[in-house]
Write a protein that binds this ligand. Structure first.
Ligand code: CIR
Length: 255
């Protein structure tokens, strides 16, 4: 969670057509843009150098740059997002990554991986199998992660949950924030676990960046728990991006 740099992408007007599993009303472009501006400001405030990529009107979900790639200080990996409308986002982000990283690997084979299914921890890089990330993709990604000198681990995303990280985030070297439904699977048995109170599940996608913890602002019980534990909390508005199933981690690639 120590990051010097991040990449984000300007929201396109087409963001109102972003994918969603339920029948949520569309967000407004202005609402998304305001949340995105707040996010960039919070990142900069946390001493992160932010590169802003231009809009991609043809890809409504392209603001969620976390999904088409995975980055480490050691290098970047171009993924293959599992939703048909998003697969092309990897090609679109490739030139920027090749500019910024010496090593850029392409996910080999034909499997699919969304970056939202990948949780990097000091112990391992956890890859959650989900409706977007299949076994072939996860295994191919594990090979790339191995090439970059890290250890990968395949885990399960709970049924009906979009991404592994929809339900968890890393708070520090040894602590994760997780929903009860994900913690129950035992994936975090080697971590200290903070469990999200019932009904506040979307708060699990918090984002630790350097000395601050960005937390979705609409979940008072979670905010109180984390505050009592001594985290320096920055509450973030996420209601608009939440309409298209997104949270804080999706909005950036960090390294
Ligand atoms: C999608 O369904 O792909 C977008 N509407 C939301 C992506 C959220 N990304 C993430 O959690 N990493």
């Amino acid at each position: 969670y120590h990051f010097n740099s991040a990449i984000v992408r300007e929201p396109s007007r087409s963001v109102v057509d972003g994918l969603r599993a339920g029948d949520h009303a569309s967000p407004t472009y202005e609402g998304v843009k305001a949340e995105h501006d707040g996010y960039i400001a919070a990142m900069r405030e946390a001493s992160v150098e932010v590169t802003i990529l231009p809009t991609l009107e043809a890809f409504p979900d392209s603001i969620f740059v976390e999904d088409p790639a995975l980055v480490f200080t050691e290098g970047a990996i171009l993924l293959r997002p599992g939703a048909a409308s998003r697969t092309g986002e990897a090609t679109a982000i490739a030139p920027a990554l090749r500019d910024m990283f010496d090593t850029v690997l392409d996910l080999p084979g034909h499997g699919y991986v969304d970056g939202g299914d990948v949780l990097t921890t000091p112990k391992s890089v956890m890859i959650g199998l989900s409706a977007r990330t299949d076994k072939a993709g996860a295994e191919a990604l594990a090979g790339c992660i191995d090439k970059l000198g890290r250890k990968a681990e395949l885990v399960m995303t709970p049924e009906g949950v979009l991404h592994f990280k929809t339900d968890c985030s890393l708070l520090d070297e040894e602590t994760v924030l997780a929903t009860a439904r994900l913690a129950r699977s035992g994936v975090f048995k080697n971590f200290k676990q903070i469990i999200i109170p019932e009904g506040e599940e979307p708060a699990a996608n918090a984002l630790r960046v350097n000395d601050v913890l960005m937390v979705p602002s609409d979940y008072p019980r979670t905010l109180e728990i984390l505050d009592k534990l001594g985290y320096r909390i920055v509450p973030m508005k996420t209601a608009e991006i939440g309409r298209i199933d997104a949270g804080l981690s999706c909005l950036s690639l960090r390294w």
